[in-house]
Design a protein around this ligand. Structure first.
Ligand SMILES: [Fe+2]
Length: 509
């Protein structure tokens, strides 16, 4: 659907009034507390299982800035800040969120350079967080936990937790969450400037947490209009200067959930996971049920016509994150981490959120979806790589072959049901390099940082965060991306633990 001028404005006005209706639905106004998490039960669990510190609530609005001692040597040329975001404030007034995606976002800045490291972190001061901080209790609906006695909201941003990832465009820093606007932050102080309206008629249209940077520095993103009570996807294209290039509505033939997407040089690729929305009350992820008997709908969207798509049907797969995608011999290959346990996918690490040990959590298989542009057929292929999540790669890779994937993984004994290692996978050459941090260490996403002045793919470093549950501190590690098995060139540790986060972004100084 191509919408221009008045019809577009009318469409978006309807969309926003739909959001208001959704926000004021009685089921959201009168939630039940039957599913409430219990902070005391979590505290008991934490004493028994120190690795649960990864899901412990923060209790102060900011940390640091503080200089941290560096073990080893930071590489010459590595200078800048790793920004990371994740759900951090998960308890108030004897009530604890049960879903990992609910906590309010805390953004960390790990500033590296001249052999030194300075860490600071600050809660994103969304309207939700600020009002709840004042009230001393949760007031607004959450993504996956029913909160009792909630207040009415006017739009998505009244409930926006800004807790999933970060983005920088032209020196501006944004905290992102899939259910609402980007929140702009001061890149030095991490203080909150406010929600971003890319164009006046697009206030509160979701700007999701996994934007993709194109080779020209422009940024693609989507917003799920279903989160506002409508249907379809809003496709954002923002220039490297931070100005909106285009905003299009892409019709979607089926209801599907998506958390992120992939791109080739010519196409955006959206995979819609079929789900049913249960009648009655409850938060979004409490009512959502994935439908494994239904096919995955995959949209191949030309970058030069973002309101149009060619649709493919593939076997069902529960996916949050994609690796690279490329075009070769009339075929598009997109790589994704598939979760076989769809209940775990619906509420990852749910026992941990409740202070309970669990057998496994979070990890999935790296699989490839082959889209044949001639026949219109889609087929999944296994890569043989399992026990990973948060896949990243060097976006300088050529657009016609597979990239090396960098991802946390599980290697050997591990006390937490979580990643304890970082790996680099070259699927086409069948090579795997892994560094195992240790039994008690939880490893998070590792961001690829290109070496300044380099042009060859994978020339650079991995910068990732860790939680050492035996020593009770969180930290950061820097590895050579081509020599992952050699382990960290440098590491540094905070005096305490901080909650595990989701996604980061490195900005060169
Ligand atoms: Fe994500």
């Amino acid at each position: 659907m191509s919408i221009t001028g008045n019809s577009r404005r009318r469409f978006l006005r309807n969309l926003l009034s739909g959001a208001t209706a959704l926000a004021l639905a009685p089921s959201l106004l009168h939630g039940e507390s039957a599913f409430a998490g219990d902070p005391a039960a979590f505290a008991r669990g934490l004493r028994e299982h120190p690795w649960l510190a990864g899901w412990k609530s923060v209790q102060s609005e900011s940390l640091g800035p503080s200089a941290i001692e560096v073990e080893g040597r930071l590489p010459d040329g590595l200078a800048g800040t790793l920004y990371r975001n994740g759900p951090a404030w998960t308890e108030r007034a004897g009530f604890r969120y049960e879903h990992w995606f609910d906590g309010d976002g805390m953004v960390h800045g790990w500033k590296l350079g001249d052999g030194k490291l300075v860490h600071q972190a600050r809660m994103v001061a969304t309207p939700k967080f600020s009002r709840e901080q004042k009230a001393g209790r949760f007031l607004y609906p959450a993504a996956g936990t029913t909160v009792p006695d909630i207040q009415p909201i006017r739009n998505n941003d009244d409930a926006n937790a800004a807790n999933t990832s970060v983005l920088t465009i032209d020196g501006r820093l944004f905290a992102l969450c899939e259910a609402g606007s980007a929140f702009e932050l001061d890149p030095d102080q991490l203080t909150t400037i406010g929600p971003v309206t890319w164009r006046p008629d697009l206030a509160s249209v979701p700007f999701s947490a996994h934007p993709l940077v194109d080779r020209d520095g422009s940024v693609w993103n989507f917003g799920a209009i279903s989160l506002m009570g409508g249907s379809g996807l809003f496709v954002w294209h923002v220039g490297a200067d931070g100005k909106l290039i285009s905003g299009d509505v892409l019709d979607t033939p089926v209801r599907g959930y998506l958390h992120s997407f992939a791109q080739t040089d010519h196409y955006l690729l959206f995979a819609l996971i079929p789900f049913d929305y249960r009648e009655g009350q409850g938060a979004f992820f409490e009512r959502l049920r994935f439908q494994p008997e239904q096919p995955l709908g995959v949209a191949v969207v030309p970058k030069n016509a973002p309101a149009t798509a060619r649709w493919f049907e593939a076997d069902f797969a529960a996916i949050y994150h994609f690796g690279d995608a490329y075009e070769r011999n009339g075929e598009i290959v997109m790589r994704a981490v598939q979760h076989e346990d769809i209940e775990e996918a619906r509420s990852p690490m749910r026992p941990a959120m409740n202070g309970l040990a669990q057998a496994h959590g979070g990890e999935g298989k790296l699989r490839e979806l082959h889209l044949d542009l001639r026949s219109g057929k889609a087929a999944w292929r296994d890569t043989g790589i399992a026990s990973i999540e948060f896949p990243l790669f060097d976006p300088r890779n050529r657009g016609d072959r597979a990239a090396r994937i960098f991802a946390p993984t599980i290697e050997g004994a591990h006390s937490a049901p979580y990643f304890n290692a970082i790996a680099a996978f070259d699927v086409e050459r069948g090579r795997r390099q892994v560094h195992r941090y240790g039994e008690a260490i939880l490893a998070e996403e590792h961001v690829f940082v290109p070496r300044p002045g380099s042009s060859r793919a994978d020339e650079g470093w991995l910068v990732g965060t860790l939680l050492d549950s035996a020593r009770g501190h969180s930290g950061i590690a820097v590895l050579d991306a081509r020599r992952v098995e050699q382990g960290p060139l440098a590491q540094a540790w905070l005096p305490t633990t901080v909650p595990l986060g989701f996604h980061g972004h490195f900005v060169a100084a």
